[in-house]
Design a protein around this ligand. Structure first.
Ligand code: ADP
Ligand code: MG
Length: 690
């Protein structure tokens, strides 16, 4: 067997530095990536269709003698070339052409053309077909269906095909290793070809291959490739899990009385689901292997108190715990909530916006006597040294990039022990997705909301009806309720967001001179944000105008009205998160989604879904349908979960097959598993290490 990776892209003919760069831009970093670069569709140039057989809207290859060629003059000239095979006639029409093309189309010469047949005014047309001049009628046809690859900036289809053909040659010569590590018995049972056969069949399908199956991703060759992709992903994460498991962690003692005392100081009784997940977490923390757990719970399900129960275990054992939140507002709120729980411990706050002196002090305390450190991703910057960190809690995980998670992991590796990790998310990831994406994590689910929560009543309202809405807000706030008004912008820039929110606030102040109105956005200084939020918590402000910075975590139970401006601009999960800011107290809450006509089809579906359900899982499933898993997990930008072939919604059966197979292979063929993982894209592997 050849050593994997022995052939580089640069070894291929036609690959210079600029092509290499273009390939890399497409995420094609190795010959294996090329093999996994799947065609979007196929063109059948293996045969000629007789003109007498042609039907409009077929895409076919035809061949015939030029009868005549001429240019129809008009505002936009059209080149017409009539060709005939003796049994029928087709007019090839070109709207963009060179005069030299017309010259070459001599009567009696032979032309082969590929394109879609249309019913024209006088017989059949083919509009700007691909064509070539032939020397003889028996010039060879394509041997295989011609693959058409996804749009590839600056790289021609021809070049891609050539490069892939070269890799296929090397494959045939045994210079590229695609030994199939999936047992033959499995392939037979599922009627799948070997990896080698599958790769060949996908890039150079025999003329008999059903393009329809290919287009539906239901060809066995495609299934084999998809199986490989998902299998490697799962093996990768399982290996990562095993690696971390083999490192040590601090076993924490859980003292029953302390937990009871903790429960007793709460102003509420924990739900059954909270009790259960706390027990699951405590079980892990008592082991000397690092916990790697994902805690899922819909907005408002009470994850913070679960985190506190975990943190308590670390602190009571004399160890440090760190809690990381995705935004400063949320981190500050956690600081406040947890200060109440841990009044006898030393809490330290660290975020990017601390001034130099405060930052220096925080760093010093973290290295010495801090117990609980709360902050933003600044917690995992290089300069931060912990005294004896035993637990890391990451709140609202889906907001974090892979890089940060990587950094976090390395942080653990620097010391002898790896901290236990609890990742919390309100994105209710559907089961299959969770088990696939987080195959390296154990999953706990809070599947119950605290009692007495009322369903949030959601209304859709056209922007034009803003005045009626204003009346309603005035009345509600007059009766002691509090409201959020969220401004949205398509633009990503914090600055523009801040401007939009500021303008909206000024408008609202004119409308409601009697109300106290506050404003928070990402550009405010930490201290200012804090003051405004505090004023809202204390009910000194009745109406809080905000950008989407309040999306996650913010908890003000008295707020019962949420208005979202131009809600059609936001995705489902974001809308659900925002709406989750209300409905936390005993009052009936309302969420008003304002929209601007005209709505796109997806925007309509999103808004209707929001109106119809409060169930985070139902919303997540719909979101998955509309957007696909990459975007839901926020990984478009970060590159995690970059499945090229697998579609989590579509490929349930295959994913389940792969999960079983991965387990089986790990037990029976551990060495083969390693080889499989090593073989595919190195870079991809690093990213998968979440
Ligand atoms: P999330 O899961 O969205 O982070 P939080 O932890 O912010 O939810 O909790 C939402 C609100 O519910 C908070 O005000 C919290 O004090 C309250 N809460 C949490 N658990 C319970 C419970 N078991 N009974 C009643 N209220 C609870
Ligand atoms: Mg929360």
């Amino acid at each position: 067997m050849t050593v994997s990776g022995s052939i580089e892209l640069s070894d291929l003919k036609g690959v210079g530095p600029s092509t290499l760069e273009k390939l890399e831009k497409l995420g094609l970093n190795s010959v294996y990536d090329l093999l996994f670069h799947m065609p979007l569709r196929y063109e059948d140039k293996t045969r000629i269709t007789e003109m007498a057989e042609l039907r409009p809207l077929q895409t076919v290859q035809i061949q015939g003698e030029v009868v005549k060629a001429y240019i129809i003059q008009g505002r936009k000239p059209i080149l017409v070339c009539e060709i005939s095979d003796g049994l029928g006639l087709v007019s090839l029409k070109f709207f963009n052409f060179f005069y030299s093309q017309r010259i070459k189309m001599k009567a009696g010469s032979l032309i082969r053309a590929y394109g879609e047949v249309r019913a024209g005014s006088r017989g059949l047309d083919m509009l700007h077909p691909e064509y070539q001049h032939l020397q003889s009628a028996s010039e060879p046809l394509a041997e295989y269906l011609t693959p058409v690859y996804p749009k590839s900036d600056g790289l021609s289809q021809k070049l891609l095909r050539k490069l892939i053909a070269q890799v296929l040659e090397r494959l045939a010569a045994g210079q590229v290793d695609v030994t199939d590590h999936v047992p033959e018995s499995h392939l037979q049972a599922h009627e799948l070809p070997t990896l080698n056969e599958a790769i060949q069949a996908i890039h150079q399908p025999d003329s008999g291959t059903s393009t329809e199956l290919m287009l539906n991703w239901s060809h066995p060759a495609q299934h084999r490739m998809m199986l490989e992709e998902i299998l490697v992903h799962l093996l990768n994460l399982k290996k990562l899990k095993a690696d971390i498991q083999s490192a040590g962690a601090t076993a924490l003692k859980i003292i029953e009385q302390q937990q009871q005392a903790f429960d007793a100081q709460l102003s509420f009784t924990l739900t059954g689901a909270q009790d259960r997940v706390i027990a699951e977490i405590h079980h892990d923390l008592q082991l000397d292997k690092p916990m790697q757990r994902l805690l899922q719970g819909d907005v408002g399900s009470g994850k913070t108190v679960v985190a506190a129960a975990a943190i308590m275990a670390a602190l009571n054992n004399g160890h440090q715990a760190a809690l990381m939140a995705p935004t400063e507002i949320l981190a500050e709120q956690h600081l406040k909530t947890l200060s109440a729980f841990f009044s006898d411990k030393k809490l330290v706050f660290l975020s990017g916006s601390l001034n130099t002196a405060d930052r220096r002090q925080a760093l010093e305390e973290i290295a010495t006597d801090a117990d609980l450190i709360i902050g933003t991703h600044a917690l995992f910057q290089e300069q931060v040294n912990y005294r004896n960190l035993a637990l890391v809690v990451i709140d609202e995980q889906h907001r974090f990039g892979v890089q940060q998670r990587l950094a976090l992991k390395q942080k653990g590796e620097a010391s002898a022990n790896i901290p236990h990790t609890l990742i919390m998310t309100a994105t209710p990831i559907p089961r299959t997705l969770a088990q696939t994406v987080y195959a390296n994590l154990d999953v706990s689910v809070i599947d119950e909301l605290p009692p007495n929560r009322k369903q949030i009543n959601t209304l859709l309202l056209s922007n034009e009806k803003m005045v009626q809405l204003a009346e309603r807000i005035k009345k509600a706030c007059g009766q002691g309720e509090q409201a959020y008004w969220v401004c949205t912008l398509i633009d990503e820039s914090e600055k523009l967001h801040a401007i939009a929110a500021t303008e909206r606030m000024q408008e609202l102040m004119e409308w409601f001179p009697e109300l106290n109105i506050g404003l928070v956005h990402g550009r405010l200084k930490s201290e200012e944000k804090h003051q405004v939020m505090q004023a809202f918590v204390d009910n000194r402000i009745q109406l809080l105008v905000a950008t989407t910075v309040i999306e996650v975590g913010v908890d003000v139970p008295n707020a019962s009205l949420m208005v979202i401006d131009n809600a059609e601009r936001l995705g489902l999960s974001q809308l659900h998160q925002l709406r989750g800011r209300v409905g936390r107290g005993n009052r009936q809450s309302h969420c008003v989604l304002m929209y601007q006509h005209p709505l796109s089809e997806t925007a309509k579906i999103r808004l209707q879904t929001m109106r119809e359900t409060n169930d985070g899982f139902a919303i997540a499933r719909q979101d998955l349908k509309l957007r696909g898993p990459g975007e839901i997990l926020g990984s478009r930008q970060t590159g995690a979960m970059a499945f090229r072939l697998i579609n989590i919604e579509r490929d349930h059966a295959l994913i389940n097959q792969a999960r079983e197979l991965a387990q089986e292979l790990l037990e029976t063929h551990p060495r083969a598993c390693e080889q499989m993982v090593e073989r595919w894209n190195q870079q991809q592997q690093d990213l998968a290490k979440i």
